[in-house]
Design a protein around this ligand. Structure first.
Ligand code: ACO
Length: 321
């Protein structure tokens, strides 16, 4: 048995903030952001929460898959920005859906989270432990941004994407790879709460996301083609046989560099960062839902999903639709 994606869904907050909107509240411009990243707009949560966006995305995915909440056996939430430290996002989603028979937990692998969740779902399905799994990538990154730091806050957005993954004898995940390099983790970091109890206190201001953009760029253009190559080799698939490469949406220049290294045309690399910005763990499932709902995938098509980000973490999955 393999893990096959049986339905997808996504949700963006209502508030759409363009680069020009940002230029009215900070020292930046559409020209600077667009030319360096390809980002034109992002959606930011106002009333929405990580849970509410996840639930909306999950309902759409379950509707397409024809799955009732009670049938779900496992929910994996991939996020770095759950609404609470505890309970996990996945448990909040379980409550809202009424998925009473599912186990639920979160997985934290930043922008690679959804790809790690799909690899995890594949492992469960291959082992025979579960047959119907909901995986979610969801973020409210606007909470973690320093809105005084124009070099980071303009890059990110909020949103959620989900997929129902079912055991299937015919198609689905052919191969997956994933990796991490904790030694380089501080190039993209966000500190947690400091120690604060009656016996010790490390006074610290609230910390936000800090990034060495050029180091992240170098890591991404080196590692993403390598892990896609590894996954394709493992699957016995040539790049030419792949219909679409769905990459984490951090930066158009990174995607172009990966396409060039793989010697594949940019038409095979759809993007949604122009509209969504970088939504970390939600980027890949939002893009997947868009290409699915735009009718760009038909049964049997071979696609590659690839994520990379904080940790550092990276991963790729080769699958047939
Ligand atoms: N608007 C206008 N000017 C800005 C802005 C802004 N929003 N942000 C920074 N600048 C200025 C800087 O102050 C600096 O000015 P100076 O030369 O007078 O000091 C100048 O622009 C250049 O700044 P750099 O940080 O060197 O800009 P760079 O060309 O490296 O581009 C970027 C930054 C887009 C982040 C780039 O490094 C990059 O693409 N990195 C890849 C990492 C990435 O995409 N990360 C996203 C999240 S990580 C992930 O998802 C895995």
């Amino acid at each position: 048995m393999r893990a096959r994606i049986a339905g997808t869904g996504s949700c963006l907050p209502k508030l759409r903030v363009t680069n020009d909107d940002l230029g009215r509240v900070m020292d930046t411009s559409d020209e600077w952001i667009r030319s360096r990243t390809g980002i034109g707009a992002r959606h930011l949560a106002v009333e929405e929460t990580t849970t509410s966006m996840s639930v909306s995305a999950a309902r759409k995915a379950m509707e397409e898959a024809g799955i009732q909440p009670e049938e779900l056996e496992l929910i994996i939430g991939a996020t770095v920005s759950a609404d609470h430290v505890v309970p996990p996002l996945s448990c909040e989603v379980q409550r809202e859906l009424g998925a009473v028979h599912a186990a639920a937990y979160d997985l934290c692998a930043a922008c690679s989270g959804f790809v790690f969740a799909l690899n995890t779902a594949q492992a469960y399905i291959r082992s025979g432990m579960y047959r119907k799994i909901l995986i979610i990538g969801a973020e409210t990154l606007s909470k973690l941004m320093d809105w005084q730091d124009r070099s980071t806050c303009v890059l990110f957005g909020d949103g959620a994407g989900a997929a129902v993954v079912c055991a299937d004898a015919d198609g689905g995940v052919l191969a997956g790879v994933q990796g991490s390099d904790g030694a380089k983790g501080m190039v993209l970091a966000c500190a947690g709460r400091p120690v604060n109890h009656p016996f010790a206190s490390h006074a610290a201001d609230l910390q936000y996301v800090q990034m060495n953009g050029q180091e992240v760029y170098k890591f991404a253009v080196r590692t993403v083609p390598m892990c896609i190559d590894q996954a394709l080799l493992k699957a016995g698939i040539q790049p030419e046989q792949v219909k679409l490469f769905l990459l984490h949406q951090a930066n158009l220049r990174i995607i172009e560099a990966v396409a060039k290294r793989l010697k594949q045309p940019m038409e095979k690399f759809p993007v949604c960062l122009e509209e969504c910005g970088n939504v970390s763990a939600a980027s890949v499932p939002i893009l997947l839902d868009r290409v699915n709902r735009d009718g760009m995938l038909k049964r049997g098509d071979c696609i590659v999903l690839a994520g990379f980000g904080a940790g550092l973490t990276w991963g790729a999955v080769v699958l047939t639709w």
